[in-house]
Design a binder for this molecule. Structure first.
Ligand code: PRP
Ligand code: URA
Length: 209
């Protein structure tokens, strides 16, 4: 597996176990996803570039580090991406946001787009695409195709759970886009669900089913 970082911090693994448990409530599932997003955000932004600016503390003037360049873009694949997005925005409140509305057709497992809205200047920005689940990777590949079609060229993909099949497909389609995930599970079942997984992330987040 190329270009993949598994963020296996003990706090993430502990929280993920609670999320996987089918007895976990919708409210807890949402809260845990937001908490894990904080920890994943820390890792996926670890190598952001800094520059210095002059500030004055109550004691003296200093050259202090600050993030360099244009504001980040977080691109959320709806619906479930919004669970990660909220936590990312807690840490980087000034980030710009793109929304990509996709749902997976249950029979073909192909994504169907129903919404797309992104900042106009994404060609000049660092973009982190977020979706908790990388199953077949059809949705993630389509979302990134769409962003690249608008000129995006500096991207990362952040998820909670990935299937080996999805990672392979994603690497083949977008070898230039690093993947960050909290875990790589065993396999996909014949309906394209991640096993052992956590079920349908959107349904568990919003209590739909
Ligand atoms: C889920 C998930 C991903 C997609 C992953 O969304 O949030 O977007 O499936 O599957 P894939 O890798 O095989 O494409 P879903 O289509 O269920 O939509 P939802 O978030 O609106 O529930
Ligand atoms: N989408 C989900 O929400 N869960 C899976 O296991 C696969 C796709």
């Amino acid at each position: 597996m190329n270009n993949i970082t598994v963020v296996d911090h003990p706090l993430i693994q502990h929280k993920l176990t609670i999320m996987r448990d089918q007895e976990t409530s919708t409210a807890s599932f949402r809260r845990l996803l937001r908490e894990i997003a904080h920890l994943l955000c820390y890792e996926v932004t670890r190598d952001l570039q800094l520059e210095t600016k002059t500030i004055r503390t109550p004691m003296e003037e200093m050259q202090a580090p600050t993030l360099k360049g244009k504001k980040l873009v977080f691109a959320s694949i709806l619906r479930a991406g919004n669970g990660l997005l909220e936590g990312m925005l807690d840490l980087v409140p000034a980030a710009r946001v793109a929304h990509i509305g996709l749902y997976r057709d249950h029979d073909t497992l192909q994504p169907v787009e129903y919404y797309f809205k992104a900042p106009s200047d994404i060609a000049d920005r660092f973009i982190i695409v977020v979706d908790p689940m990388l199953a077949t990777a059809n949705s993630a590949i389509a979302a990134i195709d769409r962003l690249k079609g608008r000129g995006a060229n500096n991207l990362r993909f952040l998820c909670l759970l990935a299937a080996p099949e999805g990672i392979a497909a994603f690497n083949k389609a977008h070898p230039d886009v690093p993947v960050f995930t909290a875990a790589v599970d065993s396999h996909l079942n014949d309906k394209g669900y991640i096993v052992p997984g956590l079920g349908d992330a959107g349904d568990r987040m919003y209590g739909t089913r």
